[in-house]
Design a protein around this ligand. Structure first.
Ligand SMILES: NC(=O)c1ccc[n+]([C@@H]2O[C@H](COP(=O)([O-])OP(=O)(O)OC[C@H]3O[C@@H](n4cnc5c(N)ncnc54)[C@H](OP(=O)(O)O)[C@@H]3O)[C@@H](O)[C@H]2O)c1
Length: 214
């Protein structure tokens, strides 16, 4: 059975998964890189640039490396795909260069959809104005029996959680206080009742929370 999964979603102690304002120069706003400092030394991150992981980051990589396993499609929000206003740029193809790290059909939820864009390495961006359930159905069709990853940002993950569409959620609690930005948990009161939850704190100081649907 195809599952819907969220991985490596980094959230501050006060619940923000990005800062503000988002821009071309600062994709995470005032959060800068602080939400992802735990991720940069991992083998999973370094492999994207052809490098090797820091052995000290192995406990974090044990979680981070699950990101790609058995994934056949990704769904992401418009604000993950580009900075505010990218819809006005017909040449915008995401942040990731000609060969994005997804390597699957990737569905971008936007109220201003455009035609599909085929990239190198197996990533094709499809732009959808659809409900979470309909977007998930389209992604499942494209995933060929594999799982669908909800790649973020927090607005889209929150919407899929609110509709009960997420089977596995991996959140990384980063011990920083952002004070402002986009919150993950708003409107999800009682979410924990639907999931078996485990937490692991690693030497980097972050806590990996996994939620598996009961
Ligand atoms: N902390 C992490 O691990 C992590 C992970 C991924 C991303 N991020 C960061 O999170 C930020 C983006 O998150 P976000 O919460 O601001 O936005 P988001 O979830 O990426 O995108 C939300 C936007 O997507 C469009 N959208 C969402 N649902 C839709 C639907 N059903 N139909 C049509 N369009 C829909 C809307 O944009 P329009 O109305 O403009 O079309 C909406 O404003 C970025 O800063 C990114 O770098 C953080």
């Amino acid at each position: 059975m195809s599952e819907t999964r969220v991985h490596n979603l980094a959230v501050s102690l006060d619940g923000f998964a990005t800062g503000e304002p988002q821009s071309l120069e600062a994709p995470f706003g005032h959060a800068g890189e602080r939400l992802h400092e735990w991720f940069f030394p991992t083998a999973t991150f370094r492999a994207m640039a052809g490098g090797e992981g820091d052995p000290a980051a192995a406990p974090d990589d044990a979680f981070a490396s699950r990101w790609g396993d058995r994934i056949g499609a990704e769904i992401m929000g418009a604000n993950k795909f580009g900075p505010p206003g990218w819809q006005d740029d017909p040449d915008w193809r995401g942040w990731w260069g000609p060969n994005p790290p997804f390597h699957t059909p990737t569905f971008v939820l936007t109220h201003r959809p455009r035609g599909p864009v085929e990239m190198e390495g197996g990533t094709t961006f499809h732009f959808l104005d659809a409900s979470p359930a309909d977007a998930l159905a389209a992604a499942r069709d494209a995933a060929g029996g594999l799982d669908v990853r909800i790649g973020g940002g927090p607005t889209v993950v929150r919407d899929f959680l609110a509709e009960g569409l997420v089977d596995h959620l991996h959140v990384v609690i980063v011990p920083i206080l952002l004070g402002r930005g986009v919150r993950l948990w708003d409107g999800l009161e009682g979410l924990e009742k639907d999931y078996d939850i485990e937490s692991t704190t690693t030497p980097s100081g972050v806590t990996h929370l996994t939620f598996d649907r009961r």
